[in-house]
Design a protein around this ligand. Structure first.
Ligand SMILES: Cc1ncc(COP(=O)(O)O)c(C=O)c1O
Length: 318
């Protein structure tokens, strides 16, 4: 990062940012990309660019874009959401089809479908590519745009041995986080057609996301894309080992299937989600109580095998 060659990215003159954007677009076979400070910003810019105020956005009712972006869809784009109750954060083509408003002046114009892969609140669940293809068909038949919140798309790609280009073919826009499991300290990229990214670049400026010598950060993003993807399967393995240890405990209730690097489970008996998180914190193990009864654990490249084994030992005596 400190050796990065930098320039003013607001003028498009930062060679390292330009390299990151070209690399990310190329990986997904998309025309262009845009480096942004966060995944929230890449999602929100995409929604802003795809919609007009008063439009409706279809997504799962547990989507990050809907429940964790501060009401951004309304705040930034003036749109409303048609939340769908999916299966562990995943919606299907029939649900999308059934949620499209008719051409009726009483109704909002359905404009955009947004899906999340892997789905955070689904416990890192993955879509089947065929289901995404089915949703894409519904989008094409109904003139809808299709956005992927791919904050953890590489976890799905590695787990299911997919090709990023399969996703590039399906979506009008893709947001990919370079932080999270890939390990960069900050940043996300938004991918799409050249014209869309041109528009996104304007919106990024309006949102205050135009950064000057951003190459220092982009350098970490390039490193992450070149070095930290294949190793994601290790995080998935650790998550499964930890899940096994948790399932032996009487305080562990229902656990979502562990597909990638996230564990979400119900806490019962002598602990609440909050008290379990506090007990683990006394051992320097950080987890989040995502509801009064649910705890979330996430694995990433800073979690070593030694830490996993130590955490399992702590869980055994709780
Ligand atoms: C699925 C999903 N999308 C988007 C984001 C937003 O990323 P950021 O924290 O970089 O804004 C997150 C963050 O946790 C996420 O889990």
């Amino acid at each position: 990062m400190f050796r990065a060659e930098v320039g003013d990215d607001v003028f498009g003159e930062d060679p390292t940012v330009n390299r990151l954007e070209a690399l990310a677009a190329d990986m997904f076979g998309m025309e262009a990309s845009l480096f942004c400070p966060s995944g929230t910003m890449t999602n929100q810019i995409a929604i802003k660019c795809h919609t007009r105020p008063g439009d409706e956005v279809i997504c799962d009712n547990q989507s990050h874009v809907y429940i964790y972006e501060g009401g951004g869809i309304a705040f930034n784009s003036g749109c409303q959401v048609r939340p769908i109750e999916g299966d562990r954060g995943r919606i299907n083509a029939k649900q999308v089809k059934d949620s499209i408003n008719p051409d009726d002046l009483h109704k909002a114009i359905t404009r955009l479908v947004s899906v999340e892969n892997t789905a955070n609140r689904g416990g890192g669940s993955c879509y089947q590519l065929t289901e995404l293809q089915n949703i894409k068909e519904v989008c094409l038949e109904n003139n809808l745009l299709f956005h992927l919140d791919g904050a953890r798309i590489f976890n799905a790609i590695v787990e299911n041995k997919e090709d990023p280009k399969d996703y590039g073919l399906l979506f009008d826009s893709i947001s990919v986080c370079l932080s999270k499991g890939l390990g960069a300290p900050v940043g996300s990229v938004l991918l799409g057609k050249r014209e869309f990214i041109g528009k996104a670049r304007r919106v990024r400026k309006v949102f205050g996301g135009g950064m000057r010598q951003a190459g220092y950060l982009a350098a970490a993003g390039i490193f992450a894309l070149q070095n930290n993807i294949e190793r994601l399967h290790i995080d998935h393995l650790y998550a499964k080992q930890m899940a096994e240890a948790l399932l032996k405990k009487s305080f562990t209730g229902k656990m979502m299937p562990v597909e990638t690097n996230i564990i979400i489970f119900e806490v019962k008996e002598n602990y609440t989600a909050k008290s379990l998180a506090e007990a683990l914190k006394t051992h320097d193990i950080l987890v989040i109580a995502i509801s009064p009864t649910q705890v979330r654990m996430v694995f990433h490249l800073d979690i070593t095998e030694k830490m996993v084994m130590e955490t399992i030992r702590v869980i055994e005596v709780l």
